[in-house]
Design a protein around this ligand. Structure first.
Ligand SMILES: [Zn+2]
Length: 379
């Protein structure tokens, strides 16, 4: 085991992963045959599965239709495949999702409601199991970036007031009543993900292009205005450089160019992932007091998504040395780390931080520990 202090994982999805705990795990599969074999051996009425590596193999609907009701989620949580049996069941309980599940654009805009398919059939009893598991792998505290139901929000606020920080997407927050007071901040999405080839990249390649911006510039401004109106902190998922640019521009326009987020202003703005951030964007973000919330384990995307990224983006991914040495970000202060659950754990975080594909992605042990500390928990 490692000798790290207990980590605070700044970005994961506790309610979603807890529900997923009890599902079939396809993360070790590298072919359709292997995945189908695991699914065939399950005995549940509806088989839920996670960890599908859709960059390695397909799961054809015809093959899946020969099984009992099945719903599969890919490893990056942005792609889903649901067979006919499961569609029949869900069309009664979640009709809107079933009408739109094959439309990737709709899915990207409504990820949290798609997650609710998985969480509504799981229950809060798995949350303690999940939290125990996290503690065993060195993660004492964690932030749930998209609490997927009021029930799980209230459960976590009651049982883990010191160990779990809750975030909710705007549409979910608006549905909550009692849970609202426990929500630390509002989560907004600016683009998709490299895994689903839907990141908003300025220089188009198979991994994405500007067309994957989920909102118009005006739409992003409105989202920030709405979130600020709730007097909550704001976290925006932005992986591609085009998404980051849109959020920075919108933040300037909504809050004013001179506005600085942070302790004095009483509201924080966090950018989640920012894998393809440029030096210019980093300098701009730091001046505004914006916090970057990043995942050392995503440095490996430079290798596992080399099939869809241009040489430029393969090298641009997770530029920790540029952020710290050139733009002046300080781990634990305005640069915080999390896992996004891919995978969880201190040992995995350390391996990705110390032995990434490129020297530009290396973090020192002190930087990793600071970034994974609870020091900046309130942001
Ligand atoms: Zn996430």
């Amino acid at each position: 085991m490692n000798t790290f202090p207990p980590f605070h994982d700044h970005h994961t999805h506790i309610s979603f992963y807890s529900a997923l705990c009890g599902t079939a795990d396809l993360s070790s599969c590298v072919s359709t045959g292997e995945a189908l074999k695991i699914l065939k051996n399950r005995k549940e009425e509806i088989i839920f599965a996670r960890g599908w590596k859709n960059n390695l193999y397909d799961i054809p609907r015809e093959a899946l239709d020969r099984l009992p009701p099945v719903a599969v989620c890919n490893i990056s949580l942005h792609s889903f495949v649901i067979n006919s049996g499961a569609r029949n069941i869900f069309s009664k309980t979640h009709p809107e999702i079933i009408r739109n599940i094959d439309n990737q654009d709709w899915v990207e805009h409504n990820l949290n409601s798609v997650f609710s398919l998985f969480t509504d059939y799981g229950d809060t009893s798995l949350i303690p199991v999940f939290m125990d598991r996290l503690e065993k792998i060195g993660i004492l505290e964690a932030e749930d970036m998209s609490v997927s139901s009021e029930k799980s929000a209230l459960f976590m606020a009651d049982k883990y007031p010191d160990r779990i920080t809750l975030w909710a997407e705007t549409s979910m927050y608006e549905k909550y009543s009692e849970a609202r007071k426990y929500i630390h901040g509002i989560k907004i999405f600016a683009d998709g993900a490299l895994g689903a080839m839907t990141a908003a990249l300025m220089k188009p390649c198979r991994g994405g292009s500007e067309k994957f911006l989920l909102r118009s510039d005006e739409g992003m401004r409105k989202c920030l205005v709405t979130a600020a109106g709730y007097k909550k902190n704001i976290a925006v998922h932005a992986i591609g450089d085009a998404a980051i640019e849109q959020v920075l521009n919108a933040a300037d326009e909504v809050f004013g160019c001179r506005f600085c987020f942070g302790k004095q202003s009483g509201v924080s703005l966090r950018l989640e992932h920012v894998q393809m951030i440029t030096l210019e964007q980093a300098v701009r973000a730091r001046k505004k007091g914006i916090i970057l919330s990043m995942q050392p384990n995503f440095s490996g995307d430079s290798v596992c998504y080399a099939d869809r990224l241009s040489q430029y983006y393969i090298h641009a991914n997770n530029p920790f040395r540029m952020l710290i040495d050139e733009a002046g970000f300080v781990p634990g202060k305005d640069l915080v780390f999390g896992s996004d659950g891919m995978p969880h754990g201190a040992a995995e975080a350390a391996e990705s931080a110390f032995n990434p594909p490129f020297p530009s992605q290396i973090l020192s042990p002190e930087e990793l520990i600071k970034g994974y500390s609870a020091e900046n928990k309130s942001v």
